[in-house]
Design a protein around this ligand. Structure first.
Ligand code: GLU
Length: 293
C-alpha cells in the first residue's frame, strides 16, 4: 500500500508594510526560514497591509529587497490582506449571525476616560494583557432596533466580539501547543483576559485578530512563528479558530530584540533598520550574528 503523502509543514512570515524592517523582523524572518528548512517545510510570505492609511507600496517593495538580501526565499504568490477583505467580512458576518459580535459605539478615548474615572475612585477596571481597558457592557444590551437606528444615522461604530458569550458557546478545550522561547508545552488560552476585542472597524477594516486567524487557515499554515509580544494574543486566535471551525497551528513565540533602552524595537528607530545596516556595508551573515543566530 502506498503511504499517504506527508503534508509538508507550512510556515509564514507576516510583516506589515507600514515602515521599514528592523533587526527584530530579521530575527523572525530568519527563524521562520531556518525552521522551515530544518523540517523540509514551505515558507509563505503575507503582507499584513489592512491598515490602508499607513501601508504603502514603497514599504512593501523595501520589505522584498530586505528579505532577498537576508537570503530568504518564499513561495509566490504573496498573500496581501487588502485583497481578501471579503473573506474577513464573511467570518464577521458568521459571528454576527450567531449573536457573537455586536456594534460598539464608544470610542477608545471614551472607554479610557471611564476606566480612569473608576480607577481614580479606587474601583478596579479590567485591563487586557497590553494594558488597554476592557470595553464596558453598555452596548451589549442595546435593543436591536436601537442598534439599527444608530447605524442608519451614520454613527461611528466598530464590531466587537461578545467575549463572554463566545467563550460560553464553545465546549472545545482552548489550548495550544507552544515550542517558543517563553512558556512551552500545552498552554491554556485565556481569551477572557482581552475583553470584547475589536473584529472590524471603519478605518482599517478587519482587525488583526480576525484577519490573522482567517489567513493562517486559508494559507494552510501549520506553524506560526512570531515574537513573544504576540504570545497572549494567541488566546484570542485560538478562540476565533474554534468559533469559525478552523484548525489550530502550532505556535513558536521567539525572544524579542530590544533596543538600548530595553524596549521593543520600533519601525522609526533608524539605526536598526535593515536598509541602513545594508548601506553601512553589513552582510547578511553579520545580521545573523547580530540577532544571535
Ligand atoms: N503583522 C504582524 C507584525 O508585523 C505579525 C503578525 C503575526 O505574525 O501574527 O507584527
Amino acid at each position: 500500500m502506498i503511504p499517504p503523502a506527508r503534508q509538508k509543514p507550512v510556515f509564514r512570515f507576516a510583516p506589515s508594510p507600514n515602515g521599514r524592517l528592523h533587526l527584530g523582523h530579521a530575527l523572525s524572518a530568519l527563524i521562520n526560514a531556518d525552521m522551515a528548512k530544518a523540517m523540509e517545510g514551505r515558507l509563505l510570505l503575507r503582507m499584513e497591509d489592512i491598515d490602508i492609511g499607513r501601508c504603502t507600496p514603497e514599504f512593501e517593495t523595501a520589505i522584498y529587497n530586505d528579505l532577498v538580501w537576508l537570503g530568504l526565499a518564499w513561495e509566490e504568490p504573496v498573500r496581501r490582506q487588502s485583497e481578501h477583505l471579503d473573506e474577513y467580512l464573511a467570518a464577521l458576518d458568521e459571528l454576527v449571525a450567531r449573536g457573537l459580535a455586536y456594534p460598539a459605539f464608544m470610542t477608545r478615548g471614551e472607554v479610557r476616560a471611564r476606566a480612569i474615572r473608576f480607577e481614580e475612585k479606587g474601583k478596579p477596571w479590567p485591563r487586557d494583557p497590553d494594558g488597554a481597558p476592557h470595553y464596558p457592557e453598555d452596548d451589549l444590551f442595546l435593543p436591536g432596533s436601537v442598534r439599527k437606528e444608530r447605524i442608519a444615522a451614520g454613527e461611528r461604530h466598530v464590531w466587537r466580539l461578545d467575549m463572554k458569550k463566545a467563550i460560553a458557546s464553545t465546549t472545545a478545550a482552548l489550548t495550544w501547543t507552544e515550542t517558543g522561547d517563553g512558556e512551552t508545552g500545552e498552554i491554556s488560552a485565556d481569551p477572557a483576559a482581552w475583553g470584547d476585542v475589536v473584529l472590524w472597524r471603519s478605518d482599517a477594516p478587519s482587525s488583526y485578530h480576525l484577519s490573522v486567524t482567517v489567513d493562517d487557515a486559508a494559507q494552510g499554515v501549520t506553524h506560526v512563528v512570531r515574537g513573544l509580544d504576540l504570545f497572549h494574543a494567541t488566546s484570542v486566535h485560538r478562540l476565533l479558530q474554534t468559533l469559525l471551525g478552523l484548525s489550530a497551528p502550532r505556535y513558536h513565540h521567539h525572544r524579542l530584540i530590544l533596543g538600548d533602552d530595553g524596549r521593543k524595537l520600533s519601525k522609526s528607530q533608524g539605526d536598526t533598520a535593515l536598509a541602513e545596516l545594508r548601506k553601512a556595508g553589513r552582510t547578511s551573515e553579520e545580521i545573523r550574528r547580530l540577532v544571535g543566530l
